[in-house]
Design a protein around this ligand. Structure first.
Ligand code: GDP
Ligand code: MG
Length: 304
């Protein structure tokens, strides 16, 4: 895999996904080879055009001869089937390109949470030589926000109407976005929707000033219009992170979160397993009112 063997990469990601016992050993070998790629988290409601825009970005990066990996944590995403995305950009073209590696991940029950498996898959892609790694997630839940926020740059894709911006604001996605992408620019209300987002961002900026004000890029996923500008905005954000020293800061925070998340998950699994299998004796005492519930919990906690 480290020599760029795609089938090996596919096998490694499968092992990661099914939590194969070999995973820790694999991660030990690939981790030192990571950290060199540009990572971009792409999030937004289903159907806004994330996959279409990503297909457009892939074409642009390939034009610069950069290799691109995509981890898609979108159950509704047609990536895995290689379906036609948009009217002109066909993702199936990219499937035949050895410089592109696209992988869909299941969205449930991995150690380290939703972010755990996708993070490791992205690391494998980086170690296999991908210059750009893109995460695609449906921005509806906290888990998805976590996946996206593991990336250096987070792009939030929205579409006109449907109160998407308000939803995003509520879900806490708005504040983690570095770049906004107003897709379906062909829609008559696209401009209005973009200024709505701008107003929300300006209020945020007044309350909590930040040297980086997120740009809003108008795009069309179906024709590829505006995707070059989006790529430019992503690059600008990356330069800002590097120059301000925030890239290192952000990566450290993300790694710390990953470690805490993974350890927490391990502990919880261990405790639940112990409780459900072995502690009938303790529980019997609780049922018989000989041991109070807090004392029982403390006992199990200490044992684990
Ligand atoms: N009219 C219009 N349709 C678009 C645009 N971008 C994507 N679509 C269509 O929206 C649908 C959903 O796109 P997809 O990329 O799968 O969205 P995702 O669920 O966010 O990944 C597809 O039928 C696309 O062809 C756009 O800019 N304008
Ligand atoms: Mg999609």
């Amino acid at each position: 895999m480290l020599c760029g063997d795609r089938r090996a990469l596919a096998r490694v990601i499968s092992k990661i996904e099914r939590e194969d016992p070999e995973t820790p050993g694999i991660v030990e070998k690939i981790y030192p080879k990571t950290g060199g790629a540009l990572t971009v988290g792409f999030t937004g409601p289903p159907g806004v055009g994330k996959s279409s825009i990503i297909a457009g970005l892939i074409a642009l990066y390939r034009g610069e001869d950069r290799r691109v990996g995509v981890v898609s944590v979108d159950p509704s995403s047609p990536f895995s089937r290689g379906a036609i995305l948009g009217d002109r950009i066909r993702l199936s073209d990219h499937f035949l390109d050895p410089g592109v590696f696209i992988r869909s991940m299941g969205s449930r029950g991995h150690l380290g949470g939703l972010a755990g498996g996708s993070r490791l898959a992205a690391m494998a892609m980086e170690a296999a030589g991908m210059d750009v790694v893109i995460y695609e997630t449906v921005g509806v839940g906290q888990g998805e926000v976590e996946v996206a926020s593991a990336a250096d740059t987070v792009v939030l894709a929205l579409q006109p109407g449907a109160g998407d911006a308000v939803q995003a604001l509520k879900a806490g996605v708005m504040e983690i976005a570095d770049v906004f992408c107003m897709n379906k620019a062909d829609h008559p209300r696209a401009k209005g929707a973009a200024s709505e987002v701008r107003s929300i961002l300006e209020i945020g900026q007044e309350l909590d000033p930040d040297p980086w004000f997120p740009p809003i890029v108008m795009t069309r996923g179906d024709t590829g219009e505006g995707v070059a500008e989006l790529k430019e905005a992503i690059q600008k954000h990356r330069s800002y992170l590097e120059e301000s020293g925030k890239l290192e800061e952000r990566r450290r925070a993300a790694l710390k979160k990953f470690v805490v998340e993974w350890a927490t998950d391990r502990l919880e699994r261990e405790m639940r397993g112990r409780l459900e299998r072995e502690d009938t004796e303790t529980m019997d005492k609780v049922y018989e009112r000989q041991l109070d519930p807090i004392a029982a919990s403390e006992r199990i906690f200490r044992e684990v």
